[in-house]
Structures are given as structure tokens and as C-alpha cells.
Design a protein around this ligand. Structure first.
Ligand SMILES: Nc1ncnc2c1ncn2[C@@H]1O[C@H](COP(=O)(O)OP(=O)(O)OP(=O)(O)O)[C@@H](O)[C@H]1O
Ligand SMILES: C=C(C)CCOP(=O)(O)O
Length: 251
């Protein structure tokens, strides 16, 4: 059995009512925690998106336009919104017996011009070695050029997949995969992506929706790491290495 790390992103559209006004999806978190708890041999690193707990705040404070004295209050407001969601995700996992712990990118990562350039990964790897599941999230992080910026969970997935030499990389979201005229595209490469129409999220989202996801995952594919996008209802298929009916992004 491959005992390398499985890296899984739970999209913000899954862990929150992204289309609504801000609620954490507690019932869904409980179900997902049960699914993860039933697979104790997994060496898992989780990342979650912000959904309605972070994107609206980041937009309100114009974080992606750069941060200075006029909008610096948005750093704490945005971080607290997504950190609160992180506490809910970790609490759900722990309630099901998963030894999970929250890790905040604000304190561990740096960016330059909106791009994640460093993340302290050694503690994350050590936690996994101890059988603990680190739970990271998209966050506001300090940016060498812009003051601060928003780093998506998708950027974090790309960075961690390489740094942790993850065996499997999956992104669960609210669509069955990348869609082309309503049908799932089973495989995307740099050569085929240009034929597709891939857009942003239908909800408030400062990190580019599916388009942002594919940008990160194609860069990951360039590094030789394939990744999977699938509907959250197929999470067990992904974790059990079965066909999940979604999209594989590869070189
Ligand atoms: N070609 C496409 N195929 C599938 N989804 C697409 C496509 N173009 C745009 N989208 C949109 O992208 C959304 C998924 O991206 P989104 O960033 O909202 O997901 P997420 O990762 O669950 O959320 P978050 O960014 O908050 O973590 C879909 O709900 C859909 O509206
Ligand atoms: C908006 C914030 C704070 C993080 C965004 O992360 P994402 O939901 O993965 O795009």
C-alpha cells in the first residue's frame, strides 16, 4: 500500500453555504468527518476553501487590490472569518475521533504579487508522521509587493503537493468535475485546456473559481503531479482510489 500523503481540498462551496449569506455547513462537515474517520490508515492533509466565510470579507476590503493603511483592517476581518470556519472543520473531525489540528497559512506562508512563494511545511510533515491530520485553508497572507493578498486553498494544494511529495491530490467541489457543455471532461492537459470554456464561480469569489483551480492544477501537472476534481458526493470513491466520475488534470 502506498503510504504517501493524500492531499484533499474541501471546496468552500462544500463546507459553507457559499451561495447563501455565510453559514457553515455543519451537517455536511459531520458526514465528511465520518467518512474520514472510517479510513484511519489514510495519511491525510486537508485544505479547505473559504466559501461564504472569507470571500465576501476579502471582496469588501479589496484585499486583492493590495493592502495599506486604508484597508489593513480587512486582514484581521478576513482571517477571522476563515479561521472560524477552520475551527468548525477541525471540531467536526475531532468529534468523530480524527486527531485533527488547524494550521493557519497567515502565520506559515508568504506571497509575492499574489503568488504563494513559501510555506513552512516541516511541521506539517511532522504532524502527519505522528498520525495527526493538519487542516489548512485559503487565507489572507502577507505579500512582499502588495502588503497582503488572498491565497486560495488551490494555491496551497499546489505548493503542498510538491513540498510533501503527496501520493494523491484531490479537490472536492459542488460540480462533478470540469464541465464542457454540461458533460464532465474526464482529462485536462495544457494541450486540451484551450478548447474548454472554464469560468469563475457563480458566487462571491476573489480567487477565480474553477478557472483559478485549473491554473494551479496545470502548474502542478507541469511538475509531474496529477490531480483529481470530483463532486463531494464521490469523496469515498476518491479516497478508496476508485473511479470518481470527475476530471483528472495531468501533464
Ligand atoms: N467549465 C466549468 N466546469 C465546472 N465548473 C465551472 C466551470 N466554469 C465555471 N465553473 C464554476 O466553478 C465553480 C467551482 O469553483 P469554486 O471556486 O466555487 O469551488 P470551491 O473550490 O468549491 O470553492 P472555494 O473557492 O470557495 O474553495 C462551480 O460551482 C461553477 O460555478
Ligand atoms: C478568501 C479567502 C480568505 C481564502 C480563499 O480560498 P479559496 O476558497 O480556496 O479560494
Amino acid at each position: 500500500m502506498d503510504n504517501r500523503i493524500t492531499l484533499l481540498k474541501l471546496g468552500g462551496s462544500i463546507v459553507t453555504d457559499k451561495a447563501g449569506t455565510g453559514g457553515v455547513e455543519y451537517a455536511r462537515l459531520a458526514t465528511l468527518a465520518g467518512v474520514i474517520a472510517a479510513r484511519p490508515d489514510l495519511r491525510l492533509v486537508l485544505v479547505h476553501g473559504a466559501g461564504s466565510c472569507g470571500h465576501p470579507e476579502a471582496k469588501e476590503y479589496h484585499i486583492q487590490d493590495g493592502v495599506g493603511p486604508a484597508n489593513k483592517a480587512g486582514i484581521a476581518v478576513t482571517h477571522e472569518a476563515v479561521a472560524g470556519l477552520n475551527r468548525a472543520v477541525v471540531a467536526a473531525l475531532r468529534a468523530h475521533g480524527v486527531d485533527a489540528i488547524g494550521v493557519h497559512p497567515l502565520a506559515a506562508c508568504r506571497a509575492q504579487s499574489g503568488q504563494l512563494i513559501s510555506c513552512e511545511c516541516i511541521p506539517i510533515a511532522q504532524l502527519v508522521r505522528l498520525g495527526i491530520t493538519p487542516v489548512l485553508h485559503g487565507d489572507v497572507v502577507m505579500d512582499a509587493r502588495r502588503g497582503a493578498c488572498i491565497i486560495s486553498g488551490d494555491q496551497i494544494i499546489r505548493y503542498l503537493a510538491i513540498a510533501l511529495e503527496a501520493g494523491r491530490v484531490g479537490l472536492a467541489t459542488d460540480v462533478p468535475g470540469v464541465l464542457d457543455e454540461g458533460a464532465v471532461v474526464p482529462e485536462i492537459t495544457r494541450d486540451t485546456v484551450g478548447r474548454l470554456s472554464i469560468g469563475c464561480s457563480g458566487n462571491t469569489d476573489v480567487t477565480g473559481g474553477m478557472k483559478g483551480k485549473i491554473t494551479e492544477l496545470l502548474a502542478l501537472a507541469d511538475a509531474g503531479v496529477e490531480s483529481h476534481i470530483f463532486h463531494i458526493s464521490r469523496i469515498e470513491d476518491f479516497l478508496d482510489e476508485k473511479d470518481h466520475g470527475g476530471t483528472i488534470v495531468r501533464r
